[in-house]
Design a protein around this ligand. Structure first.
Ligand code: FES
Length: 473
């Protein structure tokens, strides 16, 4: 543990439109290149394989538990015994929805994407996060994790207000902000902060969802008034108050007390070993450093990823208690000294934070032929499902060979935040960006999954004898 000696901070510094926001850009901390531990390509490819089975099983179990404990609460309503099923229902509703929201938001939980989208909308409502607003906010959190002035999802702002932290256990600050935000959006208004990270094309979707939320809440409220009972609110509304505490415990330890403004997730994110119940409820997000470093890896493969990179990371914490042994004293100290943070120490086996990512690229200085065709590589060097990065005349291209042997080519950089697409995951004809899980159809460059809004430029590519050729002109 060590304290740095930066200038004192105030809460205002965390604004996305304040002086620190500008500073972060000037210092190269916005949308920067982050450290990533080395993982052999073939291993990574195995880890990236998506399946529907684990998430379908886990989601059905989650819904079954919700219905079961909800029904038990209803049956026991009016007796003191109702407290037990509702206590569990509240946690399943307001806390467990957090990890489901998170994984489906990344589009990695299910292989079938409409399942990701459907569960994402349901979980967003349950965890009281407006689905579109938080999709964009979370993309920013991944680009600029704990970068002051850029990241809207920093859990403990320095100087830490201990009263605020305690209130967060019952979700009070967020509940107020959420309902204000829903009402504002239902009226068709955005805040200046939101204008910095939500694209204009999404505004109508935000407003529509806010109006649907208002309709649902109003219906539940009317039902409660008509029946003169808080029972309807015990199912929708109040769980955010009485059932959110576990989400808070899971979420706060991810980054609290650690370094701000560093471009290495090993230094600002915790990995915590959890028991099997917590692993189920939290969908393996205890492996949080791994998730931040490689957000394309689905939750059910994070344990395997951890085994591959743990020698390159500081030691994982032994359970939530192990993490909070560090978090609580750090937050108390940060309440008095906003410059203090916990300095995570890399093991001797680890690579330094400034080690560049090694992505193999084929570089060519050759001139295209009269028709604009240029040789890229031997076909044998372009393996199915493993895109090749091709550099020519200051341009980066991604060349793809699908599992059935079709060839495609596109610009190599994602249109959203410059993610290197050849580090991404090719599934069928869809390339997934490694940075925020945006997806494009490589046949025509069209966007298949946000956050990108702008299509990729695609190029003709062909096989000529044993060579792959790209038409750049
Ligand atoms: S950089 Fe954001 S999805 Fe590609």
């Amino acid at each position: 543990m060590a304290a740095n000696v930066a200038a004192p901070r105030t809460h205002q510094d965390y604004s996305l439109i304040g002086p620190r926001a500008m500073q972060a850009v000037q210092q190269g901390l916005a949308d920067a290149k982050w450290y990533a531990s080395p993982v052999p390509r073939e291993k990574m490819r195995e880890l990236l394989e998506r399946r529907d089975g684990p998430a379908v099983r886990d989601t059905l179990l989650w819904f079954a538990l919700l219905i079961g404990f909800g029904a038990a609460g209803l049956a026991l309503w009016g007796t003191g015994w109702a407290i037990i099923p509702f206590a569990i229902y509240g946690v399943l509703y307001a806390s467990v929805s957090d990890s489901r929201w998170h994984e489906t938001g990344h589009g990695t939980a299910f292989k079938t994407d409409w399942l990701n989208n459907a569960v994402y909308e349901i979980a967003s409502f349950m965890v009281i996060r407006e689905s579109i607003v938080w999709r964009w906010s979370h993309a920013r959190h991944h680009s600029d994790t704990i970068i002051v002035g850029r990241d809207r999802e920093i859990g403990a702002l320095r100087p830490v207000s201990l009263i605020e932290i305690v209130l967060k256990i019952i979700n009070v600050p967020h509940i107020f902000k959420y309902y204000q935000s829903v009402l504002r959006h239902a009226l068709g208004q955005m805040t200046p902060d939101e204008l910095t990270f939500i694209p204009e094309s999404e505004y109508n979707g935000v407003y529509l969802r806010a109006r649907i939320y208002v309709l649902i809440y109003a219906s539940v409220l009317v039902l409660a008034i008509a029946t003169r009972s808080i029972l309807p609110l015990m199912f929708i509304g109040l769980p955010s108050l009485y059932g959110d505490w576990l989400q808070f415990i899971y979420g706060l330890q991810q980054h609290a007390g650690l370094a701000e403004d560093v471009l290495d997730h090993r230094l600002n994110t915790r990995t915590v070993y959890l028991n099997f119940i917590n692993r189920y409820l939290y969908w393996n997000m205890g492996y949080h450093t791994e998730h931040h470093m490689f957000p394309m890896v689905p939750y059910y493969n994070l344990g395997k990823l951890h085994e591959l990179i743990k020698a390159d990371c500081p030691p994982a914490y032994n359970g939530l208690i192990g993490a909070y042994r560090e978090v609580i004293p750090a937050l108390i100290r940060q309440s008095k000294d906003p410059n203090y943070f916990v300095q995570r120490v890399l093991p001797p086996s680890a690579q330094p934070s400034d080690t560049p990512r090694t992505t193999e690229a084929i570089t060519s200085q050759a001139r295209p032929d009269a028709e604009g065709w240029l040789e890229v590589c031997d076909l044998d060097n372009l393996l199915p499902g493993e895109p090749v990065r091709f550099e020519h005349a200051a341009n980066t291209y991604a060349i793809y060979r699908t599992s059935i042997g079709q060839l495609f080519a596109s610009d190599g950089r994602c249109t959203h935040g410059n993610g290197q697409l050849t580090d991404g995951f090719l599934q069928g004809t869809c390339i997934e960006c490694p940075k925020h899980n945006g997806r494009f159809d490589v046949r025509d460059g069209s966007v298949r999954r946000p956050p990108p809004r702008v299509a990729l430029k695609t190029y003709p590519v062909r096989q000529k004898s044993s060579k792959v050729q790209l038409k750049v002109a």
